[in-house]
Design a binder for this molecule. Structure first.
Ligand SMILES: [Ca+2]
Ligand SMILES: [Ca+2]
Length: 565
């Protein structure tokens, strides 16, 4: 079955930096706002009290709360070994990516300020043995969970990659597809000695035992978690790569295909393997972070399909699709959205996480391999082409919101340079798969890695990448950003104003989602403080309260960070 349709059926939902110098960026290239009028607002009281409910809002020192993952679509990213290539696949890349290409790119990746890489699935998918060569290249239909895909490298190359990433300060996460596998089945021929005797996972024998989104076909088998052998198998897989390779955890594909009770056991197994490494004195492979993917805009479904409850917890972390949609509606762009940015959508009643259990750690992101890149969506919705200031300002503003958000976050490769696909913007509906231009795989482009693939960064790309690095440096220096309580002072349709607190570290974050400057009069009582505000990214200008008010100008499409002294 064509992955395009398969994925579709699986989902239930559908700077002002520029104006002044930008920290670390050496000065933005962007020009003044398109609209030279000014939005004026007075904020005299705070709309919300401090929220310290979920794990990463509590100010505790939890390493996973400051994860900055960098997603790599392995088959597309970088060709480091031209003797092994798929040469076919979904999406517009040349489909020559491999593990060596990632090893070669680690310095570049670390230079963006992220601290982790997530590789799309790398297990053997039995190239040439099913009737869908493109699907095999994705990695999401494995036939051997204990062997690296020979088109990507081998098991020794994976170990080399994990060790090399760790040496550069990067955690490594593999992509676990534990609900389905290749239609030709799963081989046990390459079982490691330590797992001899392990039984194979059991294919769902009846409709009642298979998840309703998993459809058996020539390319797909579905697993039956009512069978103990299935759970035992995937617990063994999940622990094996922590114990033997030192990976730091897993990204779990289509997490709703595995029951929450099974996730609880798999997570416990991974956490135990990680704790054992830590007890043995290992520096890496000790995190045991697991993040589930449920492509859904309804936060209630994250409780029922990923998190579970305090009494019956599943996974602790899930990609935050609801907040992703809020962020795109506010300052980015959605596939079909045409309205101007509405800052009140950042935390609407459908994406504020209020229904998640206290232990939850939502993982905020912009894009992934299943949705068009932000750059292409901005072009689609008339929010700026690559030569427009708006295009780059919106990227920066989006990054700034992520940097101000407590908890783990994920960037998709190329976002750091505002990548987009030349010649693509509008949705392609006719023969999109054969052109590599369907919305759900058009983001799978060849990686553009300066110093590795021959790509030369434009000045705007360099500037954006440096801005991202400056934000990540800010997160290093200010624990309130990654692990602070959140107080939403104001969320109107034009500006979002919040403060983050972690002990004595206190940050005011302001985001203007409109095309004109915002002049904000913020009372000391609304801020809950009367200290001096010091700009953390620009030249360090400071603002003092006068007669009980601060006056702060936030340029168009810009996020600002002030330390509250
Ligand atoms: Ca290759
Ligand atoms: Ca484009």
């Amino acid at each position: 079955m064509n992955q395009h349709f398969w994925r579709r059926s699986a989902i239930s939902v559908a700077m002002a930096l520029a104006l002044t110098a930008c920290g670390g960026g050496g000065g933005g290239d962007e020009k003044p706002p398109v609209d030279d009028s000014t939005y004026t607002v007075t904020i005299s009281s705070s709309a919300h009290t401090a929220d310290s409910r979920m794990t990463c809002n509590q100010g505790a020192d939890v390493a996973a709360c400051d994860l900055r993952m960098y997603q790599i679509m392995v088959e597309a990213y970088v060709n480091g070994d031209d003797s092994i290539n798929y040469d076919t696949g979904y999406g517009p890349s040349k489909h020559k990516g491999d593990l060596q290409g990632i090893v070669d790119s680690l310095d570049y990746i670390a230079g963006t300020g992220v601290n982790a890489i997530w590789l799309t699935p790398i297990f053997d998918s039995c190239k040439g043995k099913t009737n869908d060569a493109k699907l095999e290249a994705t990695g999401y239909y494995a036939c051997d969970y204990f062997t690296v895909d020979p088109m990507f490298g081998d098991n020794a190359k994976l170990k080399e990659l994990v060790d090399a990433a760790h040496a550069k300060g990067l955690y490594v996460f593999l992509d676990g597809v534990f609900g389905h596998a290749s239609g030709i089945g799963v081989t046990m021929d390459n079982l490691p000695a330590s797992l001899s005797g392990l039984a194979a996972p059991v294919t769902a024998a009846s409709v009642a035992n298979k998840h309703d989104t998993c459809v058996e076909s020539d390319t797909t088998i579905c697993f039956d978690y009512s069978q103990p052998d299935t759970l035992a198998f995937f617990k063994a897989v999940a622990a094996h790569y922590v114990t033997e390779y030192g990976i730091d955890g897993w990204r779990l594909d289509q997490a709703y295909q595995v029951p929450i009770s099974a996730w609880e056991e798999i997570r416990d197994t991974v956490e135990t393997a990680a704790a054992d490494r830590k007890a043995a004195g290992e520096e890496w492979g000790t995190l045991g972070y697991m993040v589930g993917e449920v492509w859904d805009g309804n936060q209630n479904n994250f409780v029922s399909k990923v998190y579970g409850t305090a009494a019956n917890p599943g996974l602790q972390s899930a990609f935050d699709f609801p907040l992703h949609y809020g962020l795109m509606q506010a300052i980015g762009s959605e596939t079909s959205a045409s309205s101007n940015g509405d800052a009140s959508k950042l935390y609407a009643n459908w994406n504020d996480g209020s229904v998640y259990p206290d232990f939850a750690m939502p993982n905020i992101f912009i894009g992934n391999h299943d949705i068009p890149r932000l750059g292409d969506l901005l072009q689609r919705t008339g929010r700026g082409d690559v030569n427009a200031d708006e295009y780059w300002l919106r990227h920066k503003a989006t990054f700034s919101f992520m940097a101000a958000t407590s908890g783990p976050m994920t960037f998709y490769y190329g976002e750091e340079i505002g990548d987009q696909l030349d010649g693509f913007a509008a949705q392609v509906t006719t023969n999109c798969a054969s052109q590599g231009l369907c919305d759900d795989h058009v983001a799978r482009t060849d990686g553009k890695v300066a110093g590795v693939t021959g790509h030369t960064l434009s000045s705007r790309q360099s500037n954006l990448k440096a801005y991202l690095k400056s934000l990540m440096d800010l997160r290093d220096a200010h624990p309130a950003l990654a692990q602070g309580t959140l107080t939403r002072i104001s969320d109107d349709s034009n500006v979002f104003v919040s403060r983050k607190d972690n002990g004595g570290d206190q940050i005011l974050y302001l985001l203007n989602t409109q095309a004109k400057d915002a002049k904000i009069t913020l009372s000391t009582s609304a801020l809950g403080d009367d200290g001096t505000l010091q700009n953390l990214l620009d030249s360090g200008d400071s603002i003092s309260a006068s007669e009980g008010n601060y006056t702060i100008t936030v340029p168009a499409y810009t996020g600002l960070f002030y330390q509250i002294n």
